[in-house]
Design a protein around this ligand. Structure first.
Ligand SMILES: Cc1cc2nc3c(=O)[nH]c(=O)nc-3n(C[C@H](O)[C@H](O)[C@H](O)COP(=O)(O)OP(=O)(O)OC[C@H]3O[C@@H](n4cnc5c(N)ncnc54)[C@H](O)[C@@H]3O)c2cc1C
Length: 586
């Protein structure tokens, strides 16, 4: 059986010793009470909840799955409904939401920590609150007062759940192809007609009402993305006094049978004249959707981080227990075989480095939204823009790689269901696909983020890493030197993309996933330098030794991958695109 212990020591180390999370309460008046002590207390309570309430439901939920009944209702695996209600009652759904609308008004960073633990414990479950938060953010950003007052207090408190209804059979990545129609009504509302597929939490019995955030085209609007608008469509209509009214004709036609996240219901949703109101202005649907999507991408990256942690800690625990043969050093567990040690250190180095990336991005969201100084907000916003594709793309790719590696560490036992690690691999793959596939994340980095504000964000990143490596001190040469080399290679690859992109976008885009990987590794190199420096001050000798050894491993075995990745990026598409696609099947 797999198990989960929230890595509190590590989480607190990253928050306090590496990222200095106290900066938030010191510099942002709205977070004056969110001191590091409050962080630690909240996280410890959430950790117990995730370990004791969510994790025990994960494997049974995977085995049982969701069920659609002939009347179109959907039930979740046993215990999920009660767990959602407790999760909401604890304030975790609305943790970062403004207290004006039912939230706790705490930092977004804290929400990311709680979400990481929830996603380690039970990622299928964690999608319910995740989508609810996304729906809340979309209405908060562009809804009118009536919409905010009707929906936000209930979504913010987790009393109702939310969805995001974008995808249609012909419109996946290309949302400009969305066909769902919104027909204007005399009272200013709309009736929605069409069918959406793959809708997470589209129908369930967790909450009395479900709020759908829908991308659709007003009848007669132009084709493509310019004709799209966003709408809010409740499952049950809401009476003038706020009570729940008649059933709106938005129904679940089927649920998908999937590779993983069986505890999450993925629904085909039919809108048969369902009543809704427009969120924001006509034709601004894609823009409104991205308000939600950008934060949702960070959340999906955190889902990946949660799965990386689960894979890593189970692999280490298993390896320390499993005896096979005699290792070269005479010890008997598989953790002392060099190849297994390599895998365990890879998992540790990736997970711990990725945690700094994800939490730091969370801190930038807090600074971008709440810092009193406009210049700080602007800089933080640049960081959020740059980091979002890295968090989403890297953390989720790594969840799949580490999920596979965990199985490798377990040997054949990893392939057997009862050990619980094959579920990590199955649950993780979707993270690379939804909220924009990881290919789309890499293109976002190469095509948009590198060029944003004349490349201001990326130039700032390069300068920061260069300075950190130059100032590192002789004790940390082991990582500062490879970091400098990796940075130079990344800068050359970036310059090559800048020079190539305008004339030959295809050439520059071919290696975008390699570029995202190289960029992420340099970011993690910077994280490992900071972790090594912070750990060197620790009184805990075994923690310090483990951190410094892992930092050395990262520097010599993973950071060195940047150079060949950058070479691949710069080799472009060659003549690979000139072969007619149909000949790939020859
Ligand atoms: C379990 C699950 C839950 C989901 N939940 C939701 C949800 O709650 N709400 C919702 O609206 N949707 C949801 N989705 C849909 C999901 O967001 C889409 O599947 C995803 O956006 C990709 O679309 P697609 O599957 O049509 O793939 P396609 O768009 O057909 O992509 C196929 C491949 O082509 C690549 N590709 C496509 N276009 C380009 C391009 N322009 N440039 C380069 N490469 C490209 C992609 O990267 C991918 O590798 C969910 C899907 C699943 C499986």
């Amino acid at each position: 059986m797999a198990s989960y212990n929230a890595p509190l020591r590590e989480i607190n180390f990253v928050l306090n010793d590496v990222l200095k999370v106290g900066r938030l309460s010191e510099s942002i008046p709205a977070f004056a009470d969110a001191t590091p002590e409050v962080f630690a207390e909240m996280i410890e309570t959430a950790a117990k909840f995730c370990e004791k309430e969510l994790f025990p439901l994960s494997a049974p939920g995977d085995a049982q799955g969701c069920k659609r009944h002939p009347d179109g209702s959907v039930t979740l695996p046993d215990g999920f409904k009660e767990a959602f209600q407790k999760y909401a009652a604890n304030g975790y759904v609305g943790l970062p939401n403004t207290s004006e609308y039912g939230g706790l008004g705490l930092p977004y960073t804290m929400a990311k920590v709680v979400e990481e633990m929830a996603c380690s414990a039970n990622v299928g479950f964690a999608l319910f609150p995740g989508l609810t938060t996304g729906c809340f953010e979309a209405i908060l950003a562009n809804g009118n007062d009536a919409q905010k007052n009707t929906y936000l207090p209930r979504l913010g408190a987790g009393e109702w759940a939310g969805t995001m209804c974008l995808t249609e059979p012909q419109a996946g990545t290309d949302l400009g192809a969305v066909k769902t129609k919104a027909i204007p009504q005399p009272d200013g509302s709309f009736k929605l007609e069409g069918s959406k597929i793959f809708i997470t939490s589209g129908e369930h019995d967790c909450t009395p009402n479900i709020v759908h955030f829908v991308l659709a085209r007003v009848e007669g609007a132009p084709g493509g993305v310019k004709g799209l608008s966003t709408f809010v469509v409740p499952k049950l209509l809401i009476n003038a006094d706020g009570s729940l009214g008649a059933r709106n004709p938005v129904t679940c036609a089927a649920i998908e049978h999937k590779m993983g996240i069986h505890g999450s219901c993925t629904c085909v949703m039919n809108f048969d004249g369902a009543a809704g109101t427009m969120i924001g202005k006509p034709g601004e649907g894609i823009m409104n959707m991205f308000v939600m999507m950008n934060l949702a991408r960070i959340l999906v990256g955190v889902q990946g981080l949660g799965q990386c942690e689960l894979a890593t800690q189970n692999a280490i625990r298993y390896a320390l227990d499993r005896k096979q043969g005699k290792a070269f050093n005479g010890n008997a567990t598989i953790a002392d075989h060099p190849d297994v040690r390599r895998m365990l250190l890879t998992m540790k180095a990736v997970t711990e480095g990725a945690r700094v990336l994800a939490y730091e991005t969370g801190m930038y969201v807090d600074l971008a939204h709440h810092h009193p100084d406009e210049a700080v907000r602007e800089e933080a916003n640049d960081w959020v823009e740059l980091n979002t594709p890295l968090v989403k793309g890297y953390c989720t790719d790594m969840a799949v790689e580490l999920g596979s590696m965990a199985i490798q560490v377990y040997g054949g036992h990893g392939f057997i269901r009862e050990h619980g690690v094959e579920q990590i691999l199955r649950d993780s793959k979707i993270l690379c696909l939804y909220e924009g596939t990881n290919g789309i994340q890499a293109m976002d980095l190469v095509r948009r983020k590198l060029f944003l504000n004349e490349g201001r964000a990326v130039a700032r990143f390069f300068a920061l890493v260069q300075k950190a490596a130059a100032d590192a001190g002789s004790e940390f040469t082991f990582i500062a030197e490879p970091l400098k080399k990796a940075l130079v290679d990344l800068e050359f690859a970036t310059r090559w993309i800048h020079e190539t992109f305008k004339a030959k976008p295809e050439e520059a885009s071919f290696g975008c996933c390699d570029y995202l990987r190289a960029f992420s590794l340099v970011y993690l190199g910077y994280n490992w330098l900071r972790m090594a420096q912070a750990a060197s001050l620790s009184d805990d000798a075994s923690f310090k030794a483990a951190k410094l050894t892992t930092a050395r491993f990262f520097a010599s075995k993973l950071l060195t991958q940047v150079t060949p990745l950058c070479e691949t990026v710069k080799s472009g598409s060659g003549d690979f695109m000139s072969l007619p696609a149909t000949q790939l099947a020859a």
